[in-house]
Design a protein around this ligand. Structure first.
Ligand code: TPP
Ligand code: MG
Length: 564
C-alpha cells in the first residue's frame, strides 16, 4: 500500500475512522470489498479499533445496530453497490430505532470516472452515483468525503447524526480515501461528554412551566417513558423524574427495557386492550394527564391494534426537541434540558402507584413438554442485574414483553421495524459492546434461519452469549395471523443444536431440550458455565393457536375488503 501521509497528515480513511473512534467506539462491523479496501485497512491500523468480519452486510448492519444500542453509536463498513444495498434493511431499522450508525462505503476512483471506464458492481453503464441516494435514504445526513472537505464535513455529519440520533452515510472513493486530509485534524470528545441538542431558553422555560402547571392541576396523572430516552443516554434522568414526581409509570411494548421495572412507580405495560393487566389499562385511561416522555409511537403493534388512544387534550408529549401540550407546541426544547429542569423543579406527589408487574407463574412440571409460558417463567428467574436480553420479533415477544424484568436487566428489541433475523447479529453487537453482564438472546426458529451464519462470527471472535432458539418448526406468529395451515409457514427441519459445532464455535455449551426438567437442568449448567451457550428449545407447534378471536377479527376488518 502506498504511504500517503506528508507531514504526518492522516489519510481521509484513517482520519475518518480515528475521528469516529473518539466517540468511544472500538469496532468496525462489515464485509470487505475492493472499493472499500482503504477503509478496511484503516479499521485494522487505527489505534483502538478492530475489524469485525461479519457473515454478510445485512448481519453487519444488525450487529452495528446492537452495538449502538449499548455504546450510543456504531461504525458499519460496506463496499460499493452490492455491499451497501445488502445493508440497507438493517440501516433503515437503525433509523426507525433512532440509532446513530455511521455507514461507510467506498466507490470507484475519480480517475476511473473521468475516463468513463465501466466497473463491476454496476449496471454496465457509467452512472457511478446510482446507489448513493438509495443508501442515503436510510440516513438523516450524508457526505462524500474528500481531502479538502473531510475535517469540516465529518464534524457536520457527526453533529447531525447525534442531534437527530439517526444513521449517517459516508462515501469515500477508493482513491480519495488514500490522500491526506487538508486542515487541522480535530480531537473529539467521547459521546457521553457531548451535548447533542441545544434549547432556546425562552421556549424551554415556557414548556417546563406549562408542564409543571398541568401536573400540579392534575388529580390522577400517569407517566409513560419511551425508548427515545435511552437513545439519547437519558434513562437515568427519566427515572429520576418519575421517582421524584412519584408518578405511576407505564411503558409501551416497543419500549420494553427503557425503565428499571423494579422501581415502585413502574406499574406495567400499556397497550390498550393488550396492556399487562386491566388495572393498568384502567389507570392510564382514567388519568386526567399522561406525561409522555419521549413520545409514544402510536403504531398498531405498540397500541394493541390502535386501541391505546389518549386524547391530546389529556396528554403532554416531551419529544426529542419539541413539547406538545394539547394545542400548544414548544420548539427547540432539548429532551435532556426538559428532563433536568423537570427533575429539579417538580413537586413530589403522595399516594399509591397502583399495580405492579409480577413474576410469571412457574407453569409445567418435570417431564411435561415445554411451552412458551414454561420457558419464559424459568428464563425470567435466571436473568441477573447487568444482563441484556435481546428479543426477536415473533411469538416469543408476546410472552416475554409482559414479564417483569429483574432490577438492572435491560431488554433490546426491534418492535417498530420488526425485521426478522435482526436479533441474532444484534445480540453479537450487544455482547461486543457490553463491558460486563451477559447478553441473552431469544429467537424463533424462522427468524434465526435468516441470519444464523453469524454464529460462526461469534465463535471466531470469542463472544459468549446465551442463545435460545425456540423450535416450533414454523413461522408460528404468521401461522396464527394468517389462520392456521398454510404451507408457506412451514420451515425446514434444521437440527439447530448441532450448529455451533459445525460453525467452529469452541467451548460452547450446546443442547436440545424438550421437557421442563431438561430446561431446568440446562439453565443450571449455564449459570455455572463461563462461556457461550446455545439451546434449542422444542415448542409444540399446536401452541401457535389460537390468538384471541377479537384480535384476529380486528386485524381482518382492517386488512380485508369490507363485504357487506
Ligand atoms: C425480514 C422479514 N421478513 C418477513 C417478516 C414477516 N414475519 C414476521 S414474524 C415471522 C415469523 C417468525 O417465525 P419464528 O421466528 O419461527 O417465530 P415463531 O412465531 O414461530 O415463534 C415472519 C415471517 C418480517 N417481519 N421480517
Ligand atoms: Mg417458529
Amino acid at each position: 500500500m502506498v504511504n500517503l501521509r506528508p507531514m504526518g497528515q492522516p489519510t481521509v480513511a484513517a482520519y475518518t475512522l480515528t475521528r469516529l473512534a473518539q466517540l468511544g467506539l472500538d469496532r468496525v462491523f462489515g464485509v470487505p470489498g475492493d472499493y472499500a479496501f482503504p477503509i478496511n485497512d484503516a479499521a485494522e491500523t487505527v489505534p483502538g479499533l478492530s475489524w469485525v468480519g461479519c457473515a454478510n452486510e445485512l448481519n453487519a448492519a444488525y450487529a452495528a445496530d446492537g452495538y449502538a444500542r449499548i455504546r450510543g453509536a456504531a461504525i458499519l463498513s460496506t463496499t460499493y453497490g452490492v455491499g451497501e444495498l445488502s445493508a440497507l434493511n438493517g440501516v433503515m431499522g437503525s433509523n426507525a430505532h433512532r440509532l446513530p450508525v455511521f455507514h461507510l462505503t467506498g466507490k470507484p476512483s475519480e480517475r476511473i470516472q473521468k475516463l468513463g471506464l465501466l466497473t463491476h458492481h454496476n449496471l454496465g453503464d457509467t452512472v457511478y452515483e446510482r446507489f448513493q441516494p438509495l443508501s442515503a435514504a436510510a440516513c438523516c445526513v450524508q457526505a462524500v468525503l474528500t481531502p479538502a472537505n473531510c475535517v469540516d464535513e465529518l464534524e457536520r455529519v457527526i453533529r447531525e447524526a447525534l442531534r437527530q440520533s439517526r444513521p449517517a452515510y459516508l462515501v469515500i472513493s477508493e482513491v480519495q480515501a488514500l490522500l491526506p486530509v487538508h486542515g487541522q485534524p480535530i480531537n473529539g470528545l467521547p459521546l457521553q461528554a457531548i451535548k447533542r441538542q441545544h434549547s432556546v431558553a425562552e421556549e424551554l422555560d415556557a414548556a417546563v412551566a406549562a408542564i409543571l402547571e398541568r401536573l400540579e392541576r392534575a388529580q390522577r396523572p400517569v407517566a409513560m417513558v419511551t425508548d427515545l430516552v435511552r437513545r439519547y443516554g437519558l434513562r437515568r434522568q427519566a427515572e429520576a423524574f418519575i421517582r421524584k414526581a412519584n408518578l405511576p409509570t407505564v411503558f409501551a411494548p416497543f419500549d420494553k427495557g427503557c425503565l428499571d421495572e423494579s422501581l415502585p412507580q413502574v406499574i406495567g405495560l400499556y397497550a390498550g386492550h393488550e396492556s399487562s393487566s386491566p388495572a393498568v389499562r384502567g389507570l392510564v385511561e382514567a388519568a386526567d394527564l399522561l406525561v409522555d416522555i419521549g413520545g409514544q409511537v402510536a403504531a398498531d403493534l405498540n397500541t394493541g391494534g390502535w386501541t391505546a388512544r389518549i386524547p391530546s387534550s389529556r396528554r403532554v408529549t416531551v419529544s426529542d426537541d419539541w413539547v406538545r401540550l394539547g394545542d400548544k407546541v414548544f420548539l427547540h426544547t432539548a429532551l435532556e434540558d426538559v428532563l433536568s429542569a423537570l427533575v429539579e423543579q417538580v413537586q413530589p406527589r403522595s399516594g399509591d402507584h397502583g399495580p405492579r408487574l409480577e413474576l410469571a407463574p412457574l407453569v409445567g412440571r418435570d417431564g411435561d413438554a415445554l411451552s412458551s409460558a414454561a420457558f419464559t417463567a424459568r428464563l425470567q428467574r435466571r436473568l441477573r442485574a447487568g444482563d441484556t436480553l435481546v428479543i426477536e420479533t415473533g411469538t416469543c415477544g408476546l410472552h416475554l414483553l409482559p414479564m417483569l424484568l429483574p432490577a438492572g436487566v435491560d431488554v433490546e428489541l426491534q418492535g417498530l421495524w420488526g425485521s426478522i433475523g435482526w436479533a441474532t447479529p444484534a445480540c453479537m453487537g450487544v455482547a461486543m459492546a457490553k463491558t460486563s453482564g451477559r447478553a441473552w438472546l431469544v429467537s424463533g426458529d424462522g427468524a434465526h434461519q435468516l441470519t444464523l451464519n453469524e454464529l460462526a462470527v461469534m465463535g471466531r471472535y470469542g463472544v459468549k452469549p446465551v442463545i435460545f432458539v425456540l423450535n416450533n418448526g414454523l413461522y408460528g406468529i404468521e401461522d396464527v395471523l394468517s389462520e392456521r395451515g398454510h404451507r408457506y409457514d412451514d420451515l425446514p427441519p434444521v437440527r439447530y443444536h448441532l450448529l455451533p459445532e459445525a460453525f467452529g464455535c469452541q467451548g460452547w455449551l450446546s443442547e436440545k431440550v424438550a421437557t421442563v426438567q431438561e430446561l431446568e437442568a440446562v439453565l443450571e449448567r449455564i449459570e455455572r458455565h463461563d462461556g457461550a451457550a446455545y439451546i434449542e428449545v422444542m415448542i409444540p407447534n399446536e401452541e401457535s393457536q389460537p390468538l384471541p378471536a377479537a384480535t384476529i377479527d380486528q386485524s381482518y376488518k382492517l386488512k380485508t375488503p369490507a363485504v357487506e
